[in-house]
Design a protein around this ligand. Structure first.
Ligand SMILES: O=C(O)C(=O)C[C@]1(C(=O)O)C=C[C@@H](O)C=C1
Length: 429
């Protein structure tokens, strides 16, 4: 099956404004009553919020992890990945899926299958298990393979890193969110404690080289500089540990998890070597179908849009949320890769070329909340409409990337959680 990357351009032919990928399946929808636009891009119309809900067979552990127990500023201080055991026979470890070779499917329908990038022992695997403790984890060679595995129904979900407290955003995944038709349905935060690993019996002073994922190397920048070790990038931290184990080179180490040390039979030469103790990576949970927004609990919504060039455009876009007292939790901008430059003609100054950006925003409100509906209606009607030099009206990109639950102390309290030392301990209900 050919899997092409598709842009998600906004369009509107009818009385409602809709956006979505121009083919079948699940649609990302916008909402702005009463608008009538002509899209400059390929367009198509599907009734607003009329997503097709293909049911995923409900299974016992389908329920996503509730981030409230350790997110929203209440982050678990440690993460136990030991429970899943370790593999003595490396040949028993599942081979990662690659983006070009996604041919196998699973016969075990009883478990949620969750794709992650890397191989067993990677932090992403730990995040997948934290999100779905009883899941079957499916390693993928690249982020894109994880996206495709969900799209092709080889797995039910993907858990992918989006942001790290030290390294910042994982831009590749922001870009892939637009190129694939998956929905954000949750998130999980993981405390990442890096270890310096080496072959059994090796001292850390013997190391000349260290392998790891570039994010992990960046998170341990100061420690590695002090040790004066050459950094070599690998596909993922566990992959680095595997290479060290199989190479037999005593002067080569890896930065990876304690679980990777166990799986690949390496010694832990130093623990918690990240530059900041609180090294936290935020992962997104992606699925084929979106969460249906409610008002029963706090929600977070993720959107992406483009804006016209001009003074105060971003300020005005953000104001639609501020005016309705909607909290923003994240803003990210990315250049438009397919159309990076925009030429703006100015009769006084001549023409100028600007970088064109995509803006990704997470805000704390549910799409079932009228405040969010009005904010997005306002955004679309005032800011996402544009005319070209012939006076034709067209609209910019706008897409809802997903909705997920969030929790706050007040929600946890009202739901019966009790707190020990300021952290939610267990549920009373
Ligand atoms: O290499 C891994 O183990 C991963 O899971 C990838 C990854 C990342 O991409 O940021 C995940 C968490 C850590 O921040 C370091 C690396």
């Amino acid at each position: 099956m050919a899997l092409e990357a598709k842009s998600v351009w906004g369009c509107a032919k009818a009385a409602h404004f809709h956006v979505g990928v121009p083919d079948s399946g699940s649609w990302r929808c916008g909402f702005a009553p009463g608008l009538r636009f002509v899209s400059k891009w390929e367009c198509c119309c599907v009734p607003v919020l009329a997503q097709t809900h293909k049911a995923i067979t409900p299974v016992e552990d389908e329920k996503p992890y509730t981030p409230g127990l350790d997110s929203s500023g209440v982050i678990e201080r440690s993460h136990n990945t030991e429970s899943t055991g370790f593999h003595k026979d490396l040949s028993l470890l599942r081979k990662p899926l690659s983006a070009n070779e996604l041919s196998f499917s699973f016969d075990d329908g009883s478990k949620v299958r969750v794709a992650y990038q890397g191989i067993p022992g990677a932090y992403s695997e730990a995040a997948a298990l934290k999100a779905y403790p009883k899941c079957e984890t499916v390693p993928c060679e690249q982020f894109e393979a994880a996206f495709k595995a969900v799209e092709l129904w080889l797995v039910d979900k993907a858990v992918l890193p989006i942001e790290n407290s030290v390294g910042g955003s994982i831009h590749r995944n922001y870009d892939l969110l637009l190129r694939h038709r998956l929905h954000i349905v949750g998130e999980v935060q993981l405390v990442v404690n890096h270890c310096l690993l080496g072959l059994p019996g090796v001292g850390k002073e013997e190391l000349k080289r260290v392998l790891s994922h570039p994010q992990a190397l960046a998170q341990c920048e100061m420690t590695l500089s002090k040790l004066g070790i050459i950094r070599v990038s690998a596909d993922d931290t566990a992959g680095a540990a595997q290479i060290v184990a199989s190479s037999g080179e005593r002067d080569t180490g890896a930065v990876a998890s304690a679980r990777a040390a166990k799986i690949y039979g390496l010694d832990i030469l130093a623990e918690k070597i990240q530059d900041d103790d609180d090294n936290i990576t935020r992962f997104l949970i992606l699925a084929r179908e979106p969460i249906i927004a409610g008002t029963d609990r706090p929600y977070k919504t993720s959107i992406v849009f483009t804006l016209e060039e001009g003074p105060g455009m971003l300020f005005k876009a953000l104001a639609v949320f501020a005016l309705r007292n909607i909290n923003l939790t994240k803003i990210e901008s990315r250049p438009q890769r397919k159309r990076p430059l925009r030429v703006v003609d100015d009769s006084n100054k001549g023409s100028a070329k600007y970088f064109d950006y995509l803006f990704y925003i997470d805000f704390e409100a549910s799409m079932a909340d009228p405040r969010a509906q009005f904010a997005l209606g306002h955004l679309q009607s005032d800011l996402l409409v544009d005319t070209d030099k012939h006076g034709d009206i067209y609209c910019h990109l706008f897409s809802i990337l997903g909705i997920c639950w969030i929790s706050s102390y007040s929600w946890l309290l009202s739901s019966g959680y009790i707190f020990i030392d300021g952290y939610p301990a267990f549920t009373l209900t």
